[in-house]
Design a protein around this ligand. Structure first.
Ligand SMILES: NC(=O)c1ccc[n+]([C@@H]2O[C@H](COP(=O)([O-])OP(=O)(O)OC[C@H]3O[C@@H](n4cnc5c(N)ncnc54)[C@H](O)[C@@H]3O)[C@@H](O)[C@H]2O)c1
Length: 314
């Protein structure tokens, strides 16, 4: 199959592109190497992808002219490109451009692909709001510009299947962790703080947050499993994550245990928009995709520590 992966230089997109190539598919990646975090980290991911013969083309999805020059013989499109995160320096316009406008453009492109079997939108548990603990039937109540614009992107994608233009599904991911995790996220920051003996900035109260921390390999299992189930998943929203729930404090404990040291916490004032609790309800994924994530928190963190030591420490 010929597959387009958007956001292929990023954390989850790069793992997915790599897996698809390993499974023998012809994979083309696109990414604008946004400077939301160090582009060098994305180039590092791309070097790993080149070893699997996956090329990542530097394109901004909003650049309609550049998009029109892509070949349009793709069988699947996996759409990861987005403005993630809820940091205060990200403006509403950043979310609007990279989550809504970029999705509209890739959807326009998808409709030109005559052999397209399925468009896979990558959604997020943030669509549910401050508590993401229900099945896919729960009403969305996003509490951040990130969640609102990701919901808009998901609806733009699903609109096309309602209009019977292309087949679409949307996968809502829960707190993904593991090698290549973004540098501003919990585990990469914790590991860095521990190894460099620096204080870890913890938002007040967040040690009690509950999360379905899910290993990236388990997430990729679920994502690629939609292939060949095009009719089954068409029009569906499906949660992907582990049903196990961990507090942030348990995450900190796991990192400390693996590194064999204590991390000094630097308490910062509470951050708005942070989810209080995420707990993936995955009955639908189990039923439709035979989804069964198994990696424990400790194993996931251990592999992230190994990755950090091998690539991030000069
Ligand atoms: N990381 C998580 O825990 C998590 C949880 C739920 C959902 N998600 C979703 O998964 C997807 C990937 O997230 P990630 O954590 O890998 O983030 P990431 O930032 O590492 O990857 C996103 C990539 O998209 C690229 N990009 C952004 N705007 C673009 C544009 N206009 N044109 C082309 N490329 C663009 C970025 O350069 C980046 O490489 C996102 O859609 C995110 O909403 C992530």
């Amino acid at each position: 199959m010929k597959i387009l992966v958007t956001g292929a230089a990023g954390f989850i997109g790069s793992h997915t592109a790599e897996r698809l190539a390993r499974e023998g598919h012809q994979v083309v990646g696109v990414d604008n190497f946004s400077d939301y975090y160090k582009p060098e980290l994305k180039h590092q991911n791309v070097r790993d992808l080149l070893a699997q013969e996956v090329q990542v083309i530097n394109i901004d999805l909003c650049d309609v002219v550049a998009m029109s020059q892509l070949p349009n013989d793709f069988n699947y499109i996996f759409h990861f490109a987005a403005q993630p995160g809820i940091a205060p320096h990200i403006t509403f316009e950043d979310y609007l451009k990279n989550n809504v406008t970029a999705t509209k453009t890739i959807l326009d492109f998808a409709q030109t692909c005559r052999d397209l079997n399925l468009f896979v939108n990558i959604g997020t548990s943030s669509i549910y709001g401050l508590e993401a603990v229900s099945s896919e039937t729960a009403a969305p109540k996003p509490a951040s510009f990130y969640g609102v614009t990701k919901l808009a992107a998901e609806q733009l994608a699903l609109q096309l299947t309602r209009e019977k233009k292309i087949k679409v599904c949307s996968l809502r991911l829960y707190s993904v962790i593991g090698p290549r995790e973004r540098p501003e996220k919990l585990f990469t920051k914790l590991i860095e703080a521990g190894l460099k003996n620096q204080p870890f900035p913890l938002f007040e109260g967040s040690q009690n947050h509950l999360r379905s921390f899910t290993y990236v390999g388990d997430i990729v299992d679920g994502i690629v499993s939609v292939m060949g189930k095009d009719d089954v998943v068409d029009g569906e929203v499906i949660n992907l994550g582990t049903e196990k729930e961990y507090s942030t404090q348990q995450g900190i404990d796991a990192v400390e245990e693996i590194l064999g040291l204590n991390i000094q916490l630097d308490i910062k004032s509470k951050r708005r928009g942070d989810q209080d609790r995420t707990h993936a309800v995955i009955d639908k994924a189990r039923q439709l995709l035979d989804y069964n994530p198994q990696t424990t928190l400790v194993d996931a963190v251990r592999s992230q520590v190994e990755w950090f030591k091998s690539t991030m420490i000069p």
